[in-house]
Every structure is written in C-alpha cells, then in structure tokens.
Design a protein around this ligand. Sequence first.
Ligand code: CO
Length: 179
Amino acid sequence: MIREVITYPNPILRKKSRDVEVFDKELHTLLDDMNDTMDKYGGVGLAAIQIGIDLNVLIINIPIDNEGAENDGKQLDENLIEAINPIVTHKDGELVFNEGCLSIPGFHAEVTRAENIIVEYFDRHGEKQTMKANDFLAIAWQHEMEHLSGHVFIEHLSFLKRKKFEKEWKRQLKENSKK
Ligand code: CO
C-alpha cells in the first residue's frame, strides 16, 4: 500500500526513531508499504519516519548503472535492501554527493559524507547482516540513517545556503497551498 510521504518542515521528521523489537507481520507490512511508496515516488531510499513511523527501519534500492541498455536506471527487486536497527560500525574516506530527498521534493544539494562504511543490521526475519558499502550506496545508507536520528540532509548546508533554501522553500509552500 502506498503511504503518504511526510515533507519538510513537518516536526515528525525531527523525531528520533526507536529500535524494532518484534519481527512480525506488522513489520513486514511496513516494509512492503515503504517499498510501494518509494516505488511510487521514484526514491532511492526511504526511512520509516518519512511515512510517520518512528522505528529504526529503512530501505534502499540503488538503480542499476547499465548505460545504453534498456534496464539502465531501473530498480531491481533483488537489489532491495531492507534494514532494521542499523548501526554503522566503520567509516572512512570522504565523498561529496548531490543529494535529494522524498521529504524535500525538488531540492538537491551537495553533502559531504564518508565514502566507505560498514553497517550491521537485521533483515525482516531478524537475521543479523553485515554490509560493506561505498560510493552512492554508502551515501544512501548515511542519508537514510540520518532520518532515523531525526535529521535531514539540508542540515549539512552552510548558513547562507540554508537561509536561501528556507526562503525558497517557504515561497514554494505558499504557492502550492494556493493551488
Ligand atoms: Co531523505
């Protein structure tokens, strides 16, 4: 089921998520709904808090890079990552990436994060998993985990860029409310 995506500056996005304790059918429905929602809006990742559920749950599906081929840019089911209670156990390097977010639609900005990470998490059945991620995938992990801690990527912007963003965002919200 497609759920509504909460957008900035809704205070729910500032809520810190809590760990999942039971790996039951309800959790599986949440994950399925998150995937339907991410699919619908064309996201690369989604945190549960973005649909109003304050649990440490995130999903990521990196589109495949297969330039020229028919499936270029498609998100394949087998590449879907479902992560419960994730923690970063290692990070190194630095990478600047132009990020976007389904909760701040239409806005993109460059953010610096670690280039390589190791994460530990549980899958939907409660099995512990470890993953090494780098480049775009590492960025996606860090972006989604930031949501779980109650933060969004625009908090990385410089003071002036943030000010400019807030002004533009307010103008846009006003315009949309007239429609
Ligand atoms: Co986001």
